[in-house]
Design a protein around this ligand. Structure first.
Ligand SMILES: Cc1cc2nc3c(=O)[nH]c(=O)nc-3n(C[C@H](O)[C@H](O)[C@H](O)COP(=O)(O)OP(=O)(O)OC[C@H]3O[C@@H](n4cnc5c(N)ncnc54)[C@H](O)[C@@H]3O)c2cc1C
Length: 414
């Protein structure tokens, strides 16, 4: 991040964090553990934002808004989970990515020693030789042997943007972090008990144990003259107080008029099917990548099988039962089930899951500074080498706490 001017006061009286998504939870956690008084405000009745679990009445199960995965290369996210105790609810698995081709039925596996691409295209994916700023992933890799089996699914999963429009430069940066870090960097970490058990509930418990005040159902509508204006009344800021707005761009825009440029977003659709018994994927794999269909990744958890569709604009306007039918048809092919016997299902469309990671949008992302003294932004969408991910959100929250406390070396815990 570009270094904003550090405040004069080394120890603010209270850090006010607005937004209890992962960026806000990270800022609040780092500050509270450093001994700072923290107040966290959240518009919804729960924390977690775009990364959360909830009990679904139709399925009678706890499900996530969408299946998430982090890699070993996401070091700040793992440090946050370690510091709050959430890491215990995460499971590292071997860096093996099984795939199934829905068109041909072929199966293969990608691992650090088995990459279905030639050396030349791996160098291109890593950004060598030099990549033009405007280049898309498809322009760079679309004609290469590994495009359908490797680069396209990785691009959709990591950038949530179709390869025809996704930034080749950002893709190359993420590939360098993942592929050049060896097996530990490529190892996926899963959420077998759900996202909240690992990334949300432990942070809330940590905050409570450090005496932080957490207020739900408080929607910020403006900031003026040393006051945070919430729908239900103002909060007066002390002179030494600092504010972190850990909000998505569409929530910041009305609060800081004219400050946030247009930032197009992309959709992720998840369908969660409740089967009659615990489900296993072929070979007992913890997840399965799909190509040549609508569905992209299958994640089993007990008797719930979830399918994720990234860059899901082609599906998003279809009715939920039509989406479920298409996706179950694909699952039925993989698992040898009856495509007509669609199990109970919940379809979740996150229309603003991430920014569009394209060469026109990325340079427009603002940094963390705002025109208001003592007020800073945090969130996955701010300027960063990372795409909108858990890692980007948590890193930006930590950066905001560092700024607020005037402690550039602050970490989540000992
Ligand atoms: C379906 C899906 C799948 C994903 N998969 C992955 C993955 O596999 N790996 C990965 O790394 N990332 C993934 N991501 C991205 C990841 O979830 C996000 O990058 C991250 O959760 C963003 O956190 P945040 O705190 O920046 O924003 P948010 O989660 O949007 O948090 C903002 C918070 O502010 C609150 N708020 C909004 N307006 C106001 C207001 N006016 N006043 C007070 N509070 C307000 C919101 O309710 C919310 O709680 C996925 C996202 C989705 C949606």
């Amino acid at each position: 991040m570009s270094a904003p001017a550090l405040p004069q006061t080394p120890q603010p009286q209270t850090l006010h964090v607005v937004g209890a998504g992962l960026a806000g939870l990270a800022a609040a956690t780092a500050a509270a553990r450093a001994g700072v008084r923290v107040r966290l405000y959240e518009a919804a009745g729960h924390a977690g934002g775009r990364c959360r679990s909830f009990r679904d009445d139709k399925l009678d199960r706890v499900i996530d808004n969408g299946s998430h995965l982090v890699l070993g290369a996401n070091r700040t996210a793992l440090a946050y989970a370690r510091a709050t105790g959430g890491l215990e609810a995460m499971r590292p698995v071997a860096p093996r990515f099984p795939f199934h081709d829905l068109a041909s039925g072929e199966r293969w596996e990608v691992s650090p020693t088995r990459i279905p691409a030639g050396p030349g295209e791996i160098l291109r994916a890593l950004g060598l030789p030099w990549t033009r700023r405007e280049a898309s992933v498809a322009e760079r890799l679309g004609s290469r042997r590994g495009f359908v089996r490797l680069w396209k699914p990785l691009c959709e999963a990591i950038l949530n943007t179709a390869p025809e429009e996704a930034s080749a430069r950002m893709f190359a940066w993420t590939m360098r972090r993942a592929l050049l870090g060896g097996a530990p960097a490529l190892s996926p970490w899963l959420f077998p008990h759900g996202l909240s058990a690992a990334l949300v509930a432990p942070a809330l418990a940590t905050l409570a144990s450090y005496g932080a005040e957490i207020q739900f159902r408080r929607r910020l509508t403006g900031i003026e003259c040393g006051r945070l204006l919430f729908e239900d009344g103002p909060e007066v800021l002390g002179e030494a107080d600092r504010v972190v707005l850990a909000l998505p761009p569409w929530a910041v825009a009305p609060i800081l008029p004219g400050w946030i440029p247009p930032l197009p977003t992309r959709t992720i659709v998840n369908a969660h099917f409740r089967l009659e018994a615990a489900v296993a994927l072929p070979g007992g794999a913890p997840f399965l990548g799909l190509v040549n269909g609508f569905g992209h990744w299958l994640f089993p958890r007990g008797d719930v099988l979830s399918v994720t569709v990234s860059a899901a604009e082609p599906l998003v306007d279809r009715p939920a039962d039509a989406v479920a039918a298409v996706l179950w048809g694909e699952i039925a092919r993989v698992l040898g089930r009856d495509p007509a016997a669609i199990p109970p299902v919940r379809v979740i469309k996150e229309r603003r899951a991430t920014l569009a990671h394209d060469p026109a949008t990325l340079p427009r992302r603002p940094g963390p500074e705002t025109p208001l003294a003592g007020v800073m932004l945090a969130g996955d969408w701010l300027r960063s080498p990372w795409p909108c991910t858990i890692e980007a959100a948590i890193s930006s929250g930590l950066d905001a706490a560092r700024w607020a406390l005037g402690r550039p070396a602050l970490v989540f815990g000992p």
